[in-house]
Design a protein around this ligand. Structure first.
Ligand code: CMX
Length: 388
């Protein structure tokens, strides 16, 4: 790309549109195409879905998949970075239990920064990746008041197992839970440079706030119902349907549209086909929970909703998106409270956003980094006047 190449013609019709589609920078970790969805460092997501989360994190930070030696070394590095600083649990103990888990996550990340920040972009980003499983496990435990017999953080374990070990739920199949969470993490780690939480995190970092403050800002952005919290709404929507009878599901979908409510789990701003992340999760569900009542509902919904939504020519993509199946799978393995679902999204995104912050701060512009963000706003309805 030459410095002179024209990328976009801006007109006043682009103002106040949330910068949608306006090129503002470059991204080295991922890109999204309308038919094949997200690619991490060039690899289509469908080819990465069954890899170890640690290997995909390595890819996002190093732009290459690790060989087996590199993989083992990186897993060891994360283990060595994983211990939480003292004092985190006291802060979690003071938070209101009815606060949303995303607010807990944001405060938890800030706390990690206050107690254990180093002031180095890459080291802090990797420390945060390594500390997320324990932090998130403790957030569940403290928010739910399950304070007795919290297992010690076992740093010899991988990232996912450290979370499920901390959570320590009775009567669950930990190996299936680990498989669902690992897949979830890989699928959600990154999604280009301009989605709201990533953009917000990079914007905060551009003022040289810490990685932790930047990531807490990113999590606050992710918590909105139009962004990450759509996955909570989507499972609540599936619960509301309450049937897998095709005629009843179709009647429900039509009723929602008539009431001008969204049909959750369908549609996308960029994709024009079923999101491959949905396809992967449907395949996983067919393997682990084909007879789960909610899975039966979404299997039918996947057939019915695109047909009904296609009747409206305004809808650019009537197909399933990433949120359609994730809640059903998490619920099936014993993570039954949808209020927590966005925290898994946040956990995953810490890797992609962290890698993008490191790129913007230490690699872009020949290592000088991207300057502080400062888009231009044009004055509206403000004529010059003076206090009498
Ligand atoms: N249900 C109802 N209406 C829908 C719809 C859906 N699933 N998908 C699109 N539409 C409507 C839009 O609201 C818009 O209506 P208006 O013209 O009245 O504003 C119209 O169809 C055209 O929308 P679009 O250009 O196809 O899509 P947008 O970029 O505006 O919206 C999205 C994308 C995701 C917000 C939308 O499809 C939606 O609301 N889906 C349901 C909620 C959901 O599942 N969100 C999770 C998104 C997951 C992700 O981003 O990866």
């Amino acid at each position: 790309m030459s410095d002179e190449e024209s990328l976009f013609e801006l007109t006043s019709s682009h103002l106040n549109t949330g910068m949608r589609g306006i090129p503002v920078g470059t991204c080295r970790t991922s890109f999204v195409t309308p038919t094949e969805g997200v690619h991490y460092c060039g690899y289509p997501i469908s080819e990465l879905a069954s890899l170890l989360p640690e290997d995909v994190i390595y890819l996002l930070f190093n732009k290459e998949l690790p060989n087996s030696d590199q993989s083992l070394k990186f897993q060891e590095e994360l283990k060595s970075r994983g211990a939480l600083p003292d004092g985190v649990e006291q802060v979690l103990a003071s938070l209101p239990r009815d606060g949303h888990p995303m607010d807990w996550l944001s405060i938890g990340i800030h706390t990690l920064g206050m107690l254990g920040g180093e002031g180095d972009w890459k080291s802090d980003a990797l420390n945060l990746v390594a500390r997320m499983p324990r932090l998130l496990g403790l957030i569940f435990r403290y928010r739910e008041g399950r304070l007795v017999n919290i297992p010690a953080d076992d740093l010899s374990m991988g990232l996912v197992a450290r979370f499920t070990n901390t959570l320590d739920l009775a009567d669950v199949d930990k190996s299936v839970m680990d498989q669902v969470i690992a897949t979830y993490l890989v699928l959600h780690m990154d999604h280009g440079g301009g989605n709201l939480s990533t953009f917000a995190g990079k914007a905060v970092a551009s003022g040289h706030a810490t990685v932790y403050s930047s990531m807490a800002g990113a999590m606050n952005a992710l918590s909105g119902p139009l962004h990450g919290r759509a996955n909570q709404s989507c499972f609540e929507f599936v619960q509301k349907i309450g049937t897998s009878d095709p005629a009843e599901v179709e009647a429900f979908v039509r009723g929602e549209l008539e009431a001008r409510r969204p049909v959750f789990g369908f549609g996308h701003a960029v994709l024009r086909a079923e999101d491959p992340r949905a396809t992967v999760q449907f395949a996983l569900g067919e393997k682990i929970c084909p007879d789960d009542e909610y899975f039966k509902t979404i299997r039918v919904l996947r057939e019915v909703a695109p047909r009904v939504l296609s009747e409206n020519p305004k809808i650019s993509n009537p197909n399933a998106n990433v949120d359609i199946a994730s809640g059903t799978l998490l619920n099936h393995v014993g993570l039954c409270d949808p209020e927590y679902y966005t925290t898994f999204f946040g956990w995953a995104r810490v890797a992609g956003i962290g890698a993008q912050i490191v790129d913007e701060r230490t690699v872009m512009r020949g290592g000088k980094g991207t300057p502080i963000y400062r888009p231009k706003y044009i004055a509206e309805e403000q004529t010059l006047r003076h206090v009498d």
